[in-house]
Ligand binder design. Sequence first.
Ligand code: ATP
Ligand code: MG
Ligand code: MG
Ligand code: MG
Length: 565
Amino acid sequence: MRFSKLYAPTLKETPSDSDIKSYELLIRGGFIRKISSGVYSYLPLGWKVIRKIENIVREEMEKIGSQEIMLPIIHPAELWKMTGRWEDYGPELMKLKDRHDREFTLGPTHEEIVTFLMKNELRSYKQFPVNLFQIATKFRDEIRPRFGVLRAREFIMKDAYTFHTDYNSLHESYQHFYDAYNNILKRIGLKFVVVEADTGAIGGSFSHEFHVLAQNGEGEIFYCEKCGYAASDEKARSGEDFSADEKQAIKEMEKVDTQNARTIEEVAKFLNVSEKKLIKSLLLRSSKGWVLALIRGDYEINFAKIRSVLQDQSLQIADPQDVLKEFGVNIGFIGPINIPENIRIVADLSIKSIRNGVIGAMEEKRHYINANPERDFRIDLFADIRYVKEGEKCPTQGCNSILKQTRGIEVGQIFELGDKYSSKMNAVFTDENGEQKPYIMGCYGWGVSRTLGAIVEQLNDENGIIWPKSVAPFEVAIIPIAKNDEAIVSTSQEIYDYFLKEGIDVVIDDREVSAGFKFKDIDLIGVPIKIIIGKRLKEGKIELKQRNKTESTLIEFKNVKELYD
Ligand code: ATP
Ligand code: MG
Ligand code: MG
Ligand code: MG
């Protein structure tokens, strides 16, 4: 590309509505323009970077066998009503009507659409698993669109959906996406952390978020430098967040004798509820003494580790093998179970994750198990009892390091959905025994346009953007600095042709402007390597400058061709 032909309207001034560095630089560098609140156009440079991000994402999706599709952006209300999300999703759902007064929404995510697509088509267990993705525009009517493309209303997302007959297959897929997401961030060349996450409006039971580290990120992250433990702030609630009721319940629970453990069977009998019902509830008080942990499906849990974590709290655990045999689920029940009559029991919590032997859970809907109308039991459970705060001890057993706090930008999130959508939409298949069962699903989102902003937010300096080579709009810039010198002009052209031939994305700044002006623009735009061809060419030397380094090096012209290896 010749800079003289490039449409890259760069600006000297900071835009008046700038609220974050990445937005300022993307506007000033001529990458994007704002159309209205949270709605952007991508100019040639911005779109080039988006396409490079997309390509990395696409390659990583294809590597794990995901197949690309394209789903509609306008969704009929009926599908969203089937799952209840027409109401539950809230005001981010951009609702509209057609001329016949039929209701629609612009798609903020596509679980309903893709489940509807597969329903009646995927009928036999033999057709599973299926793994599909798209890279497309999403619309969310964000209450406060801000930070440019980081929190837009119209934005580009890669969303993938998988369909399974059982949880084993889902876990396998989830792990593939987990690895693919790590690869994407490594290939782009960003510092990031992966955190256990809340499932938010998407729902489901198990989730991780991928955060690009940035001082101005919206997400708060607690992490351990030593062992790599990390949790997002949505996930990390401390005891102080409990309501007065909950605090009272905790007090009562503390009086409970913690010596006697019971199995699920005993507890169910004691409470006079079915074991299955009991298993559906999760009791978690890992820090203080009570833990009833349930994992749906057969997720692998290191019970020995959990046991050792909790040993100092005189807890015991039922043999998970027995439970697995009996119910086809993994469950850990950790005593005590001498429930005094004055304590009412439960809440409906489901466990979200176990990592490094630490149990994490989030609050879901609370309900009482009215075990016995003479006895009104309540097992009060508390969301995410995890001591994750800056300056507190890392929850990983044996780590003993202190948690630090940082900020990040969520660029991706993966979810194990289970049958949340398929059950409600009656998307079923016939299994080996002729029985009808709902699909087991996973979904996996990646913010493609948010990634553009996140890269700039992490990688910039006072002169502009510092693109990693992987997604830079140009990998190398050739800057001739004396336009009337025949040798400089022809050498610049020769190097330019060489890079073009090699398939390297190169720009030559052939504009009739001063050298200083060229440097400013090329640095603002963030090209990773500058090759400056000036007076020293007489000695057969050209200057090489990397965007992320201050010093430059003089190299022999004849070596320039090896430069790019
Ligand atoms: P956030 O917590 O930032 O609101 P989210 O958790 O609501 O994001 P998901 O539903 O997990 O988002 O969507 C998957 C991905 O889509 C996110 O990880 C993010 O990269 C991207 N994304 C979500 N909302 C926006 C937005 N308003 N603008 C740009 N990208 C977005
Ligand atoms: Mg959101
Ligand atoms: Mg989020
Ligand atoms: Mg998310």
